[in-house]
Design a protein around this ligand. Structure first.
Ligand code: EPZ
Length: 443
């Protein structure tokens, strides 16, 4: 397994291009299962999760053609063989987002068998809302040996319906994508109430509509889908990754640097921008008034001392849970106390103990952490856990005095393309090493 060795304290500089969104790509790729023709996705990031999804789609009869289109990586997917409809545990257990093939495969092939995703480091990851939504469309769903087995009704086709998809923790992003995708081929009209409003859901709706679907209201809590007989192919450019973008803004802030970010999805980061400004972090446009609001060029820097903040994570358009750990790293160096509450995944605090090892002053009470700002973080050996907690440790390591060693960085590789290389080009002292080459951690 790999580790990062970071020597902190360097000021960064230069420009970074934000990749295509991991969390848009996964359901976008699954949409290939719905079409009678190939789809081509542009600006696809090189990530472990994307590789896992490609592996899964191949197992489900998709042909894959990769090429570099000058606009980053392009992938053409074509569901040639529809005889295979099992998403096996060995793939699903490594990536719970595999569940997003359930709706498309059910709607197009009439049946789907997807291994139940296990929990993960940030908590239970139930799929009850996914199943409730598909059952509302007439799907017959049973559990068999750890697999979800879904079949269309005797009529041979799902039927449109009105379904409420809200859960105890708000809407479900992949659940909305699953039900919206399945509804495109249902008989009649589907209304999804309490739909997730995330930009990634909007991106999936855009692709599906370009394939011939009739989806209205994506990005609002009510999505209406008028079923059609079939979907064709399409080309689509993946929206930029708003979480990667926010992470690099925080890298500029925590190191007291000024960075230029291109392909920055400003319009998908308004709640994050609000928090950045509260904490004294500036993100300003460096392009013209005609720029695509989801693909801006901006400059990010910190004005003076980091100011404390109070924030709760919320479904979009609220502050995203996927930036909570990274914002906490910055708050560790604020002039005062911050209060951070996690309302989406109440256990999403694996970074707290690790940041504390680096000298942060954190007090957790349930789903809230009080962050007492300190003068300086100190490098230490720490352990990566989930994807975004790992990013938080990288940010802390960039600012800390001395050496930080982050083990198990495979978590990072799931969602950040070549993070250490990007940071090195900006002037960070960060190396990827084999953990076996590291000195044993004392004690
Ligand atoms: C997506 O996961 C993202 N992943 C997550 O990003 C993100 O944290 C999450 O949305 C919330 O924004 C991808 O898009 C691949 P949910 P998803 O269904 O769709 C509960 C990252 O770091 N829930 O919106 O799986 C659930 O437990 C990852 O990039 C149910 O109760 O999340 C959670 O508390 C981590 N029943 C809340 O809803 C269900 O059937 C939101 O989950 C489904 C979800």
């Amino acid at each position: 397994m790999d580790a990062f060795v970071i020597n902190g304290g360097n000021t960064l500089g230069g420009s970074i291009e934000i990749n295509g969104s991991k969390n848009a790509c996964l359901p976008l790729m699954a949409a290939a299962l719905l079409g009678d023709q190939p789809i081509t996705l542009h600006h696809v990031p090189r990530l472990a999760d994307i590789s896992n999804m490609l592996n899964l789609l191949e197992r489900l009869g998709c042909s894959i053609d990769e090429h570099d289109s000058g606009d980053g990586r392009s992938i053409t997917l074509y569901a040639e063989d529809e005889s295979l409809s099992l998403a096996p545990y060995d793939i699903v257990r490594t990536m719970r987002a595999s569940i997003c093939v359930l709706g498309p495969m059910l709607a197009k092939r009439g049946e789907a068998r997807v291994s139940m995703p296990g929990g993960c480091a940030i908590g239970d990851r139930p799929i009850d809302l996914h199943l409730r939504g598909l059952r509302a469309l007439g799907a017959e769903i049973t559990l068999d040996g750890g697999d979800v087995v879904a079949r269309v009704p005797a009529s041979g086709r799902l039927r449109g319906n009105t379904v409420f998809l809200g859960g105890a923790f708000g809407p479900t992003v992949l659940g909305t994508a699953n039900v919206m995708s399945a509804a495109t081929l249902a008989q009649g009209t589907t209304v999804i109430e309490a739909a997730a409003c995330e930009p990634e859901v909007v991106d999936v709706a855009r692709l599906l509509n370009s394939m011939g679907a009739r989806i209205e209201g994506a990005g609002t809590p009510r999505i209406t889908v008028h079923g059609v007989e079939s979907l064709g192919g399409a080309e689509h450019r993946v929206i930029p990754d708003r979480i990667e973008a926010g992470t690099y803004v925080l890298a500029a802030a925590i190191t007291g640097s000024r960075l230029r970010l291109t392909n920055y999805p400003a319009d998908a980061l308004i709640a994050a921008q609000d928090q950045f400004e509260r904490m004294g972090v500036c993100v300003r446009a460096a392009d013209g008034p005609d720029a695509d609001p989801l693909r801006r060029t901006v400059e990010a820097w910190r004005e003076a001392a980091v100011r404390p903040t109070t924030v709760s994570t919320q479904p979009h358009p609220g502050f995203p849970t996927d930036l909570q750990a990274q914002l906490m790293a910055l708050a560790c160096l604020a002039d005062g106390n911050s209060v951070i509450t996690e309302r989406i995944y109440e256990q999403r605090f694996l970074h707290v103990a690790e940041l504390s090892r680096m000298g942060a002053s954190l007090f957790r009470q349930g789903s809230t952490v009080v962050v007492s700002g300190v003068e300086q973080l100190v490098g230490a050996p720490v352990m990566a856990s989930d994807l975004r907690a790992s990013a938080s440790l990288v940010l802390a390591g960039l600012a800390a005095e001395g050496e930080t060693v982050i083990r198990r960085v495979y978590h990072l590789d799931r969602g950040y393309e070549q993070m250490e290389q990007k940071l090195r080009t900006l002037g960070a002292k960060i190396e990827r090493v084999d953990e076996r080459d590291l000195a044993p951690v004392p004690g």
